[in-house]
Design a binder for this molecule. Structure first.
Ligand code: URA
Length: 439
């Protein structure tokens, strides 16, 4: 293939044939195509955009770069739920046991957090003893036994995505909808589940800041999943503030357990119930969303989902006693309380900055090899539209020392904007993209 001619075509806004795209991606994954040519391709594509045919070809090529998980031994229905990344978003910890309790088989290959976003694996690592590296055999056996497994994606699955993502991260080309869609969907398709539910985030803490872009991304992902024969749907959910009240690792596990114990209401609980309900409808385990919602609420109320979570933790080597005794989770040594300097209504949250403040405490990574401190994080006591009086608590910073706590406090204060007027919070769900009939 004439690589320079293909780059010139993309630079000039012409469509690249599928066979050439495949060759570009696969030769990059084999380390034959140099970084500088792939970088040029990514930037040209970022600026010019990709057609639907190019996005499908990119996804196929990335999928072809590695192995796929074979779930044919599982009776099903096998499901996967994927969030495009956010802050205080521990939904997997609740939705996976809840959906497993309701008869679904959850095969969840998760990632670590990067930058301001949290990752499920880092949260699970906060549970003493928990293992997140499972072989394919262990994963399938576990799903057969208890209906769910959440573990790290093997390096053999979609190696092209790993290499391309690393390059996108340092060439300012992460944000192209087609590149995000092909990155997400190649991994979901390699994960093997029959049914895929995407939770596409929109807002100040998401990759997509506007609903139109989020809709385009969600629609592209649904089309790619459908074309590959998977039942795929998407919700577009709000990320203009952290989803839960906790932003960290051990504290997000704690919040998830409190939801499973039926002790918490609010946006996080609501989204967990909504996602589970959609999974039940997609897999025909419920007649409609109302019936599905009733089943999900019942599994929470009865303690059955909590029990499933306990079995999941125990099976993956974690300490099951955390479910009753939250003090067994790591606890930060320094706690600082932030209070409102005057009365006002919370108008906006720079959610990305809140995520960065948590990461700067050690709850996330600013670079790939940064060490996570499972105990630290931020507890937000306010959400959009809340009215406070001067002196009311607005947040708690959990840190390993006073100095990092003070830096995070400053970042957090700067991230919150207050108004003297009443503020109407955004809806939790902006849109739903229903599954299509396979072509
Ligand atoms: N999540 C992914 O898996 N890939 C992207 O490109 C962005 C978010």
């Amino acid at each position: 293939m004439d690589v320079v001619a293909a780059l010139a075509a993309k630079r000039d806004g012409r469509e690249i044939p599928a066979a050439q795209l495949r060759e570009l991606v696969l030769s990059f994954a084999r380390e034959e195509l140099p970084d500088y040519q792939m970088s040029a391709f990514l930037m040209a594509g970022y600026l010019r955009g990709f057609t639907a045919a190019e996005t499908a070809a990119l996804t196929d090529a990335m999928l072809a770069s590695g192995e796929r998980l074979d779930l044919s031994e599982l009776a099903g229905p096998t499901v996967d739920k994927h969030s495009t990344g956010g802050v205080g978003d521990g939904t997997t910890l609740v939705v996976a046991p809840l959906a497993a309790e309701l008869g679904l088989q959850i095969v969840k290959l998760s990632g670590r957090g990067l930058g301001h976003t949290g990752g499920t694996l880092d949260k699970l690592d906060a549970i003493p003893g928990m293992r997140t590296e499972l072989s394919s055999r262990e994963l399938i056996d576990q799903v057969q036994r208890i209906g769910l497994a959440v573990c790290a994606q093997s390096t053999e699955l979609v190696p092209a995505d790993r290499a391309m993502y690393a390059l996108r991260d340092v060439t300012a080309t992460v944000g192209a909808p087609a590149l995000i869609a092909s990155s997400i969907m190649s991994k979901k398709l390699a994960g093997g589940a029959d049914t895929i539910l995407l939770d596409v985030k929109v807002g100040s803490g998401a990759f997509m800041h506007d609903t139109h872009d989020a809709f385009e991304l969600a629609q592209t992902c649904v089309e790619l999943g459908t074309a590959a024969g998977r039942r795929t749907a998407a919700l577009i959910s709000d990320m203009n503030q952290p989803l839960g009240t906790q932003i960290g690792n051990a504290i997000e596990v704690r919040e998830a357990i409190e939801v499973l114990r039926g002790e918490r209401t609010g946006r996080f609980t609501e989204l967990c119930l909504t996602l589970t309900a959609h999974l039940l409808v997609l897999t025909a385990r419920a007649q409609d969303l109302k019936d599905a919602r009733r089943q999900a609420e019942q599994a929470l109320r009865s303690g059955a989902a909590l029990d499933r979570f306990r079995r999941f933790v125990e099976t993956q080597g974690g300490d099951p006693a955390i479910v009753e005794d939250l003090s067994r989770l790591p606890i930060a040594s320094v706690t600082c309380e932030l209070s409102a300097s005057q009365e006002g209504c919370l108008e906006s949250v720079d959610t990305e900055s809140v995520g960065r403040a948590a990461a700067s405490l050690g709850a996330g990574r600013m670079r790939k090899d940064d060490q996570i401190d499972p105990a630290v994080g931020i507890e937000l006591c306010v959400s959009l539209g809340d009215q406070v009086a001067g002196g009311d608590p607005i947040a708690r910073v959990l840190a390993r020392d006073k100095q990092t706590a003070e830096r995070a406090e400053r970042q957090l204060r700067d991230a919150l904007t207050w108004s003297t007027e009443t503020v109407v919070p955004p809806p939790l769900i902006h849109d739903t993209i229903e599954p299509r009939a396979p072509a």
